[in-house]
Design a protein around this ligand. Structure first.
Ligand SMILES: Cc1cc2nc3c(=O)[nH]c(=O)nc-3n(C[C@H](O)[C@H](O)[C@H](O)COP(=O)(O)OP(=O)(O)OC[C@H]3O[C@@H](n4cnc5c(N)ncnc54)[C@H](O)[C@@H]3O)c2cc1C
Length: 406
């Protein structure tokens, strides 16, 4: 392993075996795995610690992802505080249909808000495992990735000076809007899919109105209800792509949610102040391979999965486990197999989850497409879930990410 120059701002370039760009779930999980094996690394993050510990996003974690965190000593708070979800509910044609995946499979989801997971991971990395992390860095650039002496440079927010960090590997974990994906050569294949629809993503200061996730399939558009905590609930409303959140007043949001999620035997939703309101254009992409020279992409930097099936954070953690373990094996024992198989090992699960998201998108959006044919096939898919045990088992397996092999 190359020795580390520990002190920053010495005037000359610093050196770390690994520089991780981005402190989201992927980057922080990689950093923690490296530090647990006493491998030095530097995490660079453009935002402040307070910001990343509060940024609301995902909440649904699959059992294998929680197990992976547990095995790496990263899930103590999560296991103590997460809610267990065992069922979901589809509402369509004015009726509610309960889908108990725990009864079918014995497996459940964990619900733990992403800001809490990020808070746990930063604390463990920086405060417990002694990892180096720099927040608020500006204008991050990656250099010489196709050599065995890559480097990363950034502008230090305190001094305004450009700092250079030399390393053996760069982990590109800087999400969908980062810089590392842009460093790929033209030969990298980026496959994109645009769903042609938008979702208004909402967080309401209101307790959940149902004891499980609800998917509302309605001619006005999809609506989703997902508990985040006893006080906060995430809602989604299908809207035109590129719609302006200001088009959605408090009254309009709640009236559409009440209408799209209504079904026989259900009461009105508990309304509350909207603390997040933004439009997500539903699109996905996959970068292949996820490696270029000494740059290894992980998480949303490598593949975006529209939040249709709540898969993105799970995939980010899957990549991080494979990458962290592979880097440790290489840097401590010279074993190359993990790094060689990294991209392929990630992409099998990535493509499987992409396919499931595409399938589910049609279920959510077919009815509101205005196309009677698509509406008909949507209802056929939904009916099949509740009449065919084989279809139900296949759905549960994909929804939970429990296939025996990917
Ligand atoms: C509304 C919404 C709901 C979602 N719900 C779910 C869900 O229920 N389940 C699920 O599994 N997934 C869900 N997702 C997806 C999930 O949030 C992402 O897939 C996940 O955050 C990806 O983690 P990441 O570490 O790859 O990237 P990110 O979390 O995006 O982290 C990247 C980090 O890099 C930083 N960064 C960016 N540019 C730079 C740069 N140039 N230099 C240094 N740092 C940089 C960013 O500030 C950020 O901290 C949801 C997403 C959204 C938007």
């Amino acid at each position: 392993m190359t020795p580390t120059t520990p002190h920053p701002n010495t005037g000359g370039p610093q050196r770390f075996p690994v520089v991780v760009v981005g402190a989201g779930p992927a980057g922080l999980a990689v950093g923690n795995i490296l530090r647990a094996a006493s491998v030095d690394c530097l995490v660079l993050e453009t935002e402040t610690r307070e910001f990343i510990e509060r940024r609301p996003r995902a909440g649904v974690l699959e059992e294998w992802a929680v197990r992976g965190l547990q095995q790496r000593g990263l899930a103590d708070n999560l296991v103590e505080r997460a809610q267990l979800h065992t069922e979901c509910e589809f509402r369509f044609a004015g009726e509610r249909f309960r889908f108990s995946y725990v009864e079918l499979t014995g497996h459940h989801h964990y619900v733990y808000p992403q800001p809490l997971l990020v808070t746990d991971l930063v604390r463990e990395y920086a405060d417990v495992r002694g990892g180096e992390i720099r927040f608020g860095v500006r204008d991050v650039r990656v250099h010489d990735l196709d050599t065995d002496r890559p480097s990363v440079s950034y502008v230090d927010p305190a001094t305004g000076r450009r700092e250079e960090v030399r390393c053996d590997f760069v982990a590109g974990c800087d999400g969908a809007r980062g810089v590392t994906r842009a460093a790929l050569p033209d030969t990298a294949r980026i496959s994109r899919h645009d769903y042609g629809t938008g979702w208004l993503a909402l967080l309401a200061e209101a307790p959940p109105s149902n004891d499980c996730v609800v998917f509302g399939i309605h001619p006005n558009g999809f609506a989703g209800h997902m508990a985040r905590s006893p006080e906060v609930t995430r809602y989604y409303l299908e809207c035109p792509p590129g719609d302006d959140p200001d088009n959605w007043s408090h009254e309009r949001v709640w009236s559409e949610l009440q209408e799209r999620l209504a079904a026989t035997g259900t009461g009105p939703l508990t309304e509350g102040r909207l603390i997040e309101k933004r439009v997500l254009d539903m699109h996905s992409y996959v970068v292949e391979p996820m490696v270029f020279g000494r740059l290894f992409l992980a998480g949303d930097a490598a593949h975006l999965t529209a939040p249709i099936a709540a898969k993105g954070m799970n995939l980010a953690l899957h990549d991080a486990f494979l990458l962290g373990d592979a880097l440790v094996a290489y840097l401590t024992k010279g074993e190359e197999t993990g790094l060689d198989g990294y991209s392929e090992g990630c992409l099998r699960r990535v493509w499987d989850y992409q396919e499931f998201s595409q399938w589910l998108s049609e279920v959510y959006h077919g009815t509101s497409s205005g196309d009677a044919y698509r509406a008909g096939t949507t209802f056929a898919r939904l009916r099949r879930l509740f009449t065919s045990p084989a279809a139900a088992a296949a759905f549960a397996e994909q929804y939970l990410g429990t296939a025996p092999a990917y």
